[in-house]
Ligand binder design. Structure first.
Ligand SMILES: Nc1ncnc2c1ncn2[C@@H]1O[C@H](COP(=O)(O)OP(=O)(O)OP(=O)(O)O)[C@@H](O)[C@H]1O
Ligand SMILES: [Mg+2]
Length: 402
């Protein structure tokens, strides 16, 4: 592409009026631009053919051609040579169309009858320069978009990897928890078989009771697998409407699968709150925060885990509070910085990934000291607007799952 001070070496004039074309040629030659090759065609079809076979620096385009009129002429010329600058030639009476042509890909316009050689050359050179800058801006825009795409993909990969790593750390706990209901199921089945070998009038009732217990255990094992599975399935991030309480409860059950007996749970879900989120990612946040809370309370006498969901205007807040030792001053300063950990086996990525996820959902995450000891982690999410009214009506009716 040329700079304004460069000479214009080839020009395509699309003009069906021989008088106007002659005038243009004269004006052009006055400035000593004889080295410029000026091709003249009288129709859009001929212009398209010329552009398919030749490279030109710029197109001078009349808007009243026999086969293309007004903006249509501009669009066709632009489609035939998208990278080529176009200067529109218009009469005084269609100046408005010429102005519109600037939005459709033309760089400038000249009014016939008011063209002198200096203004013509200047207009052409600046049109070339403007087009060059437009192309540079477009290429830069495409590069920025590609970089943003790459960064989004990397971020998703990172979120996914951290989820897999958290589940990996829980693998032995999970397999132990899975073993329990399966062993119980085996025992109930064995008991039932024994009872059926020596049937007596009471046996059927006992078998029924044993099978019912067995069924409960099989369902429990299935639930553990379902929750774990949804956390490790690789999928594209997606937005879906989800009921917040169910989503938090599912992640909580998975996070405390091996600590149920040791913990006192204090849970209040404000009912009816719907959020538009990537459910697996939000569960990942809850899983990270609950695991941190449970790990912080290891060895503490009081192990109360408090979880709340609340409606705050058009946002909802989830808070997870523990009675652990609280945040140490060193960790507090870099709480959301990746790879900062005080744990022997910790990676130090749980909170930084949680912040990435929450902020990508237009929410915020903060840490606070809990009055009486411990830590409260709070994060917010926008409420799904369509369901906001229902949730507000339901607010105040708290569901207590203790
Ligand atoms: N509820 C909490 N109470 C006290 N300290 C906490 C709490 N939550 C986080 N921390 C501190 O913040 C640090 C960073 O937490 P983060 O979840 O990012 O990493 P991690 O738990 O160490 O490792 P992982 O990557 O496995 O989650 C923890 O090591 C811990 O020192
Ligand atoms: Mg953690």
């Amino acid at each position: 592409m040329k700079h304004p001070q460069d000479r214009i070496t080839s020009l395509l004039v699309v003009e069906d009026n021989p008088g106007d074309a002659r005038l243009l040629r004269e004006v052009f030659n006055e400035d000593g631009a004889r080295s410029t090759v000026m091709a003249l065609v009288g129709s859009m079809e001929a212009a398209e053919k010329h552009l398919a076979a030749h490279n030109v620096d710029i197109i001078l385009l009349d808007l009243g051609l026999p086969d293309a009129h007004g903006l249509e002429a501009v669009r066709r010329a632009h489609a035939a040579a998208p990278a080529m600058p176009i200067v529109v030639l218009s009469g005084l009476d269609d100046e408005r169309v010429a102005v519109e042509a600037l939005q459709d890909g033309a760089q400038d316009y000249l009014i016939k009858g008011q063209i002198d050689s200096r203004s013509l050359l200047r207009a052409l050179r600046y049109a070339i320069e403007r087009k060059r800058l437009e192309e540079v801006a477009r290429a830069l825009g495409a590069k920025v978009e590609a970089a943003q795409d790459r960064s989004r993909n990397l971020q998703n990969e990172l979120i996914q990897m951290s989820r897999l790593s958290a589940m990996g750390a829980m693998a032995s706990t999970l397999s132990h928890e899975l073993n329990q209901p399966l062993m119980a199921l085996v025992n109930y089945l064995r008991g039932s078989i024994r009872l059926l070998e020596d049937p007596n009038p009471d046996a059927l009732d006992q078998v029924r009771a044993a099978l019912q217990e067995g069924e409960k255990n099989a369902l429990r094992a299935g639930e553990i697998i379902r929750r774990a599975r949804q956390m490790v399935i690789k999928g594209h991030p997606k937005q879906e409407t989800a009921e917040l309480a169910g989503l938090v409860q599912d992640a909580l059950e998975l996070a405390i699968v091996n600590y149920r007996e040791e913990l006192v749970l204090d849970i209040h879900y404000s009912p009816g709150i719907q959020v538009l989120v990537d459910s697996v990612q939000i569960q990942q946040v809850v899983l990270n925060l609950v695991r941190n809370a449970v790990e912080a309370m290891a060895g503490c006498a009081e192990r109360t885990l408090s979880i709340r969901t609340e409606l705050l205007g058009d946002m909802t807040e989830v808070s997870i509070a523990d009675r652990g030792p609280g945040l140490s001053p060193e960790v507090r300063q870099q709480l959301f910085t990746p790879f900062v950990t005080s744990k022997r086996e910790g990676m130090g990525v749980g909170l930084s990934i949680s912040r990435t996820i929450v902020e990508a959902h237009h929410g915020r995450i903060i840490a606070e000291d809990r009055p009486g000891g411990g830590t409260i982690m709070r994060f917010t999410l926008p409420v799904n607007i369509r369901t906001l009214g229902d949730a507000q009506n339901d607010a105040g009716k708290l569901v207590d799952l203790c």
